[in-house]
Write a protein that binds this ligand. Structure first.
Ligand code: AQP
Length: 330
């Protein structure tokens, strides 16, 4: 069987540079080495209340973003999670394998549930749905940002437990978390990750921001004390800006530090805004150039290809567990 990757993003809010640099960028780089599945995870999105019209729009926008960042539909499968019903079905099965105590340990649930009074059972169960997404495709590698590391460990634990109890059924996947860019921080608070659900819109540079918004956000960026511009873990704000600069320009840290030697923060912010705008301009043109017909065709093909693999895995799961019904021979 070919080596596979699977990953996804939620069609909520606006895709930001953190999503791109921590995840989508690596999907593009890995897609030619692996058989690749990239999902728009709309069932994850509804773990938090969503405006129905907006969710449908964002689902299509995110598909356009996948294509415009460079996911090649000739080599990769792009599909919407709700189009493949096996994701929800396998979640039920894995709910019966997961322990309450291990879900209670998930830090993302703890963080997100703190922000809301009416926390859904779906939000609690989010990591099991994510495990189902990954295991359905017999995935080898899952390229994600640092915030998903714990969910990936749970996915591995569930696969290992199921295989032990019911026989070898799932491949046990590995996380692919990049050395640089796995946790891009908020521009307004460098102790927090850049996040779609951040209350402060200035903390996030969005992939669809115009040039003025990009410049304004970098200009307002919080900086650390000290004046030297170099990578330094004890100065998270400046290191975050330099990491973004490094990933967008492809320069080494030495090249970047010598480029900024003797220059001030204002220059760094200006240069960073310039390279970001240069990067976003052609990307945004590609987003706008993708028509509805092309989108529908691609998502239809994606659904077909993903469904075949997902249905084989789910049949194997049911057979392994003795979950059988009409038409099954003794
Ligand atoms: N700040 C980040 N730095 C690096 N990678 C990141 N990712 C998210 N934030 C950063 C990675 O982006 C991929 C898709 O994320 P998602 O759509 O599943 O959303 P999320 O992980 O819940 O993070 P968001 O975008 O900030 O949304 P909210 O505010 O809802 O939590 C994932 O691989 C993720 O690791």
């Amino acid at each position: 069987m070919p080596k596979r990757i699977f990953s996804g993003a939620q069609p909520t809010g606006n895709v930001h540079l953190g999503n791109y640099l921590g995840a989508l960028r690596n999907w593009v780089a890995l897609q030619h080495e692996y058989e690749s599945f990239f999902c728009i995870v709309n069932l994850h999105a509804v773990t938090i209340p969503q405006d129905p019209k907006l969710l449908a729009e964002k689902t299509r926008e995110l598909t356009r973003i996948y294509l415009a960042v460079g996911i090649d539909p000739d080599v990769s499968t792009i599909f919407v999670q709700s189009d493949v019903h096996q994701h929800a079905e396998l979640t039920w099965i894995l709910n019966c394998v997961a322990r309450m105590s291990e879900l209670e340990r998930m830090t993302q649930f703890k963080d997100k549930s703190r922000k809301s009074e009416n926390v859904s059972a779906g939000l609690f169960d989010y990591p099991v749905l994510m495990a189902s997404d990954i295991l359905l495709y017999q995935t080898d590698l899952v390229p994600v940002g640092e915030d998903q590391r714990q969910h990936l460990e749970l996915t591995r634990d569930l696969a290992i437990r199921f295989n032990r109890d019911y026989g070898d059924t799932f491949r046990v996947p590995e996380a692919y978390i990049p050395k640089v860019g796995a946790r891009i921080m908020s521009l307004s608070d460098p102790t927090k990750k850049m996040s779609k659900s951040d209350d402060d819109p200035n903390g996030c540079v969005m992939m669809l921001d115009d040039a003025d918004a990009v410049s304004r956000k970098f200009k307002r960026d919080v900086t650390d004390s000290g004046t030297e511009i170099r990578f330094d873990d004890s100065r998270p704000a400046i290191s975050n800006l330099l990491t973004i600069y490094q990933l967008l320009t492809g320069k080494t840290s030495d090249e970047i530090e010598s480029h900024f030697a003797g220059k001030g923060y204002a220059q760094l912010k200006q240069d960073l805004a310039d390279v970001t705008v240069e990067f976003l301009r052609p990307f945004q043109e590609r987003v706008n150039g993708i028509g509805t017909e092309q989108l529908n065709r691609l998502l239809g093909q994606g659904r077909e290809k993903a469904s075949k693999i997902a249905s084989t895995t789910l049949s194997n799961v049911y057979a392994a567990m003795g979950v059988v019904g009409a038409g099954t021979s003794e």
